[in-house]
Ligand binder design. Structure first.
Ligand SMILES: *Cc1c(COP(=O)(O)O)cnc(C)c1O
Length: 445
């Protein structure tokens, strides 16, 4: 593969953009390929190399790179009528109606411009509503580039995970390992009356893909109810991907008080949203006192793209297609691992997938989860599969990143460039793409 153009572009980029990129995960070593254009389930780079794309913009592109006719024409029409106004438009109401109709716990929604902005606003809302300061987050959970959740450490011994964040922010953030019910009980026993909210992804999607163990979300729900705290599901990745239009909360049958969205709900354009019970959402200004505002919020082009994308998904059995391919890919990967690397774990559900380079193999494969780890206690892999961020960290992250990822790229398969971030199947992918991907995995593992 020739990368002359990408190399030259990165050289220029390093002079004018820190690290040569606008989002840190893109700074693949030694240098990223620059994308020329998307094409269905593929991307083409600046040197004309073509890759089967499972990054899909890190999650937003449910339909792939080609907008279906109805999405394209809605976007073009909105753009041609002037991109935005500083006054409300009908399309915002329509997307809000769509979201509240399909997501069980959501009665009202406020649109913003990124997942980060959504989680920042949700935390402020939870604090404003409860009159409390502390929040509980999962170790290895990701809620965007925001001060309150960029913490490391355990329990109430937490510190900012980045320079530039005052220690006093971390003082209000408590951390627990995902899937650890005892740790959740402990933190509530000690701080319950001060906890405004528990903020969690329903499935850890930015740190391996870790499925909840049976009863975990129910435990969080009960603890929040007992202590008057809010349960906030960060569905920025899982929203309109896991569980289809009802999102992961529908699939797991859990009613969070607040939900954050992003990624898919903007149809590939910058977006975020906070949804939840009216009683809580109406604390936002101007209905209530918790300040929230944004020049670009509810941007008509984004709203049109999101609405038509979700309508298209609903009308064209998109979830059946991507979830079917997901199952086929994950079970094919499982077969390859049984043969070549029994210690590794296939994770993921619906249209999310990853192979995590865990280190221990079970004695038998009889009765294991056959299309991605579901944390079933009866599975012979149960004791070995990752339950939380600590377990993911123990896996072979260097081998994954330095040997495996470049080998897949050389075979023309674009995966997220570290062991932590999820990969995605889109509507434009075909059975043939899945077979190609499996062949590449077979070679590279
Ligand atoms: C991507 C993501 C975010 C941040 O969204 P941005 O649009 O990148 O700010 C927050 N939470 C989760 C779960 C995410 O996956």
């Amino acid at each position: 593969m020739n990368h002359e153009q990408s190399r030259a572009l990165y050289d220029r980029a390093l002079s004018v953009m820190p690290g040569g990129v606008n989002s840190s995960v893109r700074a693949i070593r030694p240098y990223p390929f620059f994308v020329q254009k998307g094409d269905g389930g593929h991307v083409v780079d600046a040197d004309g190399n073509r890759y089967l794309d499972f990054v899909m913009g890190y999650g937003p592109l449910l339909l792939g790179h080609d907008m279906p006719e109805q999405v394209q024409s809605a976007v073009q029409q909105r753009a041609s009528e002037g991109p935005m106004y500083g006054a409300p438009t009908e399309v915002e109401v329509e997307l809000a109606e769509f979201v509240t109709r399909h997501v069980p716990s959501v009665e009202m929604v406020r649109f913003v411009n990124s997942g980060t902005e959504a989680t920042v606003s949700a935390v402020r809302l939870a604090r404003g509503y409860t009159g409390r300061d502390k929040i509980v987050v999962m170790q290895g959970g990701y809620h965007g580039a925001q001060e309150s959740t960029l913490v490391e450490g355990e329990g109430d011994d937490t510190h900012p995970s980045s320079p530039g964040i005052p220690e006093s922010f971390a003082e209000h953030t408590l951390t627990v390992p995902f899937n650890d019910e005892e740790a959740a009980h402990t933190v509530f026993a000690k701080h319950g009356d001060d906890i405004a909210a528990v903020l969690t992804e329903p499935i850890l999607g930015n740190y391996g893909i870790v499925h909840p163990v049976e009863g975990y979300h129910e435990t969080l729900r009960d603890l929040c109810d007992e202590h008057g705290s809010l349960l906030v599901f960060d569905e920025v990745i899982t929203g309109f991907r896991v569980g289809g239009l009802q999102c992961a909360q529908g699939k797991f049958d859990i009613d969070p008080d607040l939900t954050t969205f992003g990624k898919i709900v903007g149809g590939g354009f910058p977006v975020g949203a906070i949804g939840g019970k009216s009683e809580i959402l109406e604390q936002f200004t101007p209905a209530g006192d918790v300040f929230q505002s944004g020049t670009f919020s509810g941007h008509p082009v984004t709203m049109a793209a999101g609405l038509e994308t979700l309508r298209y998904a609903a009308e064209n059995d998109v979830y059946d297609h991507v979830n079917g391919l997901g199952e086929r890919l994950r079970s094919g990967l499982q077969d390859i691992l049984e043969d070549q690397a029994p210690e590794y774990t296939v994770v993921g559900t619906d249209s999310m997938f990853k192979v995590v380079f865990t280190r221990d193999a079970p004695d038998t494969f009889e009765g294991h989860c056959d299309a991605g780890c579901q944390q079933r206690q009866a599975c012979p892999r149960y004791e070995h599969c990752p339950k939380n961020a600590g377990d993911i960290k123990q896996a072979e992250t260097e081998r994954w990143e330095r040997l495996f990822w470049p080998e897949m790229k050389d075979q023309g398969v674009f995966l997220t460039a570290n062991q932590f971030e999820s990969q995605f199947i889109c509507d434009a992918h075909t059975g043939e793409d899945i077979d190609d991907a499996l062949e590449a995995y077979k070679e590279a593992i």
